[in-house]
Design a protein. Structure first.
Length: 602
């Protein structure tokens, strides 16, 4: 993440307890484990004929691509299409492999936003580990889906008080090199596909460090531990000094470009000799230094109809830092120098930051890479075959027999004019055409199912602090005496600054995805507690986790009480983008149980 203190103003001004942001992460964890891609029958066979085909490496002037059961079956100028197979006319268009964004942070609707713009795979660089099990299952199959596939670093490797710890959400940190192997093993056990390490001091205008960073000994030990487990080790850097240290320590890749100065030939040669790749994230670098292209993407008529209102807001925002055009120029020139030297450059946006948006920003990143000296073909490789090879994604990134049918058909010829990637005719994921229409679910007034037919209602998930290394637990079960009451039962365990456990109502189709709830005025329910207070937190708005609405409800042990939460007009609540309503057990550590019933949105 591009120096996260500069990435999310909402997090910098968050003044509510750690519990608030932690509940966001825990809810994401719980829901993501059970989230499943939409399923359907095996995709029908079809062919795309007469298109230019950029196969991830080279351009075929005119070819036919035959797709069968979600996989590419044949590619070539003389492919015979079986009788009865649907044929899509590709005249005047170019067929591309699904794009790969090699640096994202994928929460909420990110993966759906990405897919609408032809990004069929996202390589996430810091995320809740709770998404990872479901993500591995999704990407290994060929079911119909409305989301890009996800690979992730999970929790990054950072120091106490380092980059990644400044959001109010506790995360494990590495401060003793002797613990590096155990630390890396824990990340891999959580499902991390590769290991991301952080060298970042976030220096102020006077050059004074504002964050702690990994020691050289911890950096080297963690990279060695990753390699011992046969995992890539990639390093966040923002200065040439950090880049040099990371490469000397054995990094497989750098996941930002340094902009503090132009790289010297020795550093460039060291990167090349190491065989490391670089994901420069020019999109976020330019945005951070006041030269972002977000507003230009909003104004592009080829992109604008497919941008949600939240995406337009993301693209229109800036970091609020001073404008430093020289640093933006340094970033661009360093890409030019690296590419000229033969270093592998991968297209990545750092989407999730101000001035970026999932999917759309990848088209802007391609344009920036071309401006940095890459040819359009080289830029296309940077978004397809090069990241696939660099990260070992053997089933995607090219159009070749046996690979999955993640495809993008665009008008024009992006091998001549890179901006033609924006003129999308059709996106296919796993051989299924993608619905590119922008929509947001609407939450209507009415009853919300709690416990029914032996299981919780579909919108409810347990939420607890295990993701952050806490030992609290919460599970959902039927309330006492049967009926429709939903109980959250577990243990609140000391160990974190503010342990948490409870449950959360998810209004959207995916974890923390927004729903339009402007027709709702209040949340009404019956609550029976154990004498502990219960915190009701309302998450909403365009930025995550943001500052939630908060209502504290005292309880009397064993007694039902009627609770009304006035959502409309509640401080820090935007009902046009309602993301989640959490209920958390309060009080001292120990066993807890509370029940809710007769939940109604009014």
């Amino acid at each position: 993440m591009a120096t996260l203190a500069r990435t999310n103003p909402a997090l910098r001004r968050l003044k509510t307890p750690v519990l608030c942001a932690a509940l966001f992460a825990a809810a994401l964890l719980s829901a993501a484990e059970t989230a499943a891609a939409p399923t359907g029958a095996a995709p029908a066979s079809f062919a795309i004929a007469g298109a230019r085909v950029f196969d991830g490496d080279t351009l075929l002037p005119s070819a036919t691509v035959l797709v069968r059961d979600g996989l590419i079956a044949e590619v070539g100028a003389k492919v015979r299409v079986p009788a009865g197979t649907a044929v899509i006319d590709g005249q005047g268009a170019t067929l591309l492999p699904g794009l790969i964004d090699a640096h994202t942070h994928s929460f909420g609707m990110a993966r759906s936003d990405a897919l609408r713009f032809g990004v069929t795979t996202e390589l996430d660089m810091f995320n809740a580990s709770g998404q990872l099990t479901a993500a591995k299952t999704e990407r290994s199959g060929r079911a119909r889906t409305d989301r890009a596939d996800l690979w992730s670093a999970g929790t990054l490797v950072t120091a106490k008080g380092g980059h990644g710890t400044q959001y109010g959400v506790p995360i494990p940190t590495l401060d003793d090199p002797a613990q590096a192997r155990a630390f890396v093993d824990a990340r891999i056990d959580e499902g991390s596909d590769y290991i991301k390490l952080v060298l970042e001091e976030l220096r102020d205008a006077q050059g004074k460090p504002r964050l702690n960073t990994l020691s050289e000994a911890s950096l080297r030990a963690a990279i060695q531990a990753a390699h011992a487990r046969k995992k890539l080790a990639v390093v966040h850097v923002s200065r040439a000094e950090e880049a040099k240290l990371a490469i000397d320590a054995g990094a497989d890749g750098l996941v930002h470009i340094n902009a503090d100065r132009l790289d010297d030939p020795q550093l460039i040669e060291a990167i090349k000799r190491r065989g490391a790749f670089v994901v420069p994230t020019l999109t976020v670098e330019h945005s951070a230094y006041g030269a972002g292209n977000g507003k230009q993407l909003i104004a592009d008529p080829r992109l604008a109809p497919f941008l949600s209102s939240a995406q337009k807001d993301e693209l229109g925002r800036g970091f609020g830092w001073r404008v430093e055009p020289d640093k933006a120029k340094n970033a661009t020139e360093n890409v030019r120098l690296l590419h000229r030297a033969g270093v592998a450059v991968l297209a990545g946006t750092d989407a999730g930051n101000p001035g970026t948006s999932h999917g759309a920003s990848q088209h802007g990143e391609l344009e920036l890479l071309v401006a940095a000296g890459m040819s359009p073909v080289e830029a296309l490789r940077a978004a397809t075959s090069t990241p696939a090879r660099s990260f070992g994604l053997s089933d995607r990134g090219r159009i070749a027999p046996g690979l999955r049918a993640d495809l993008v058909l665009v008008d024009g010829d992006p091998t001549a004019d890179i901006a033609a990637t924006r003129a999308i005719r059709t996106v296919w994921k796993n051989g299924y055409p993608v619905d590119r229409a922008v929509s947001m679910p609407t939450l209507q007034p009415g009853a919300v199912a709690t416990w029914n037919a032996g299981q919780p209602g579909p919108r409810w998930v347990a939420s607890f602090d295990a993701y952050m290394g806490g030992k609290s637990k919460s599970q959902l079960q039927a309330g006492q005496g049967g009926g429709t009451a939903l109980a959250a039962k577990g243990d609140l365990v000391a160990g974190l600054p503010q342990p948490w456990a409870g449950l959360m109502l998810m209004p959207g189709p995916t974890p923390m995805a927004a729903a339009d709830a402007r027709s709702v005025r209040e949340l009404s329910l019956r609550l029976r507690g154990d004498g502990r207070p219960v915190s009701v937190l309302v998450f909403s708005g365009k930025e995550l986790p943001g500052t939630p609405g908060l209502q504290l409800v005292p309880t009397q042990a064993g007694q039902w009480q009627q609770v009304s939460v006035p959502l409309a007009g509640m401080a820090n609540v935007d009902l046009s983008l309602l993301r989640g309503i959490a209920f958390a057990a309060g009080g001292a550590p120990g066993a807890f149980e509370f029940e809710i019933d007769t939940v109604e949105l009014r």
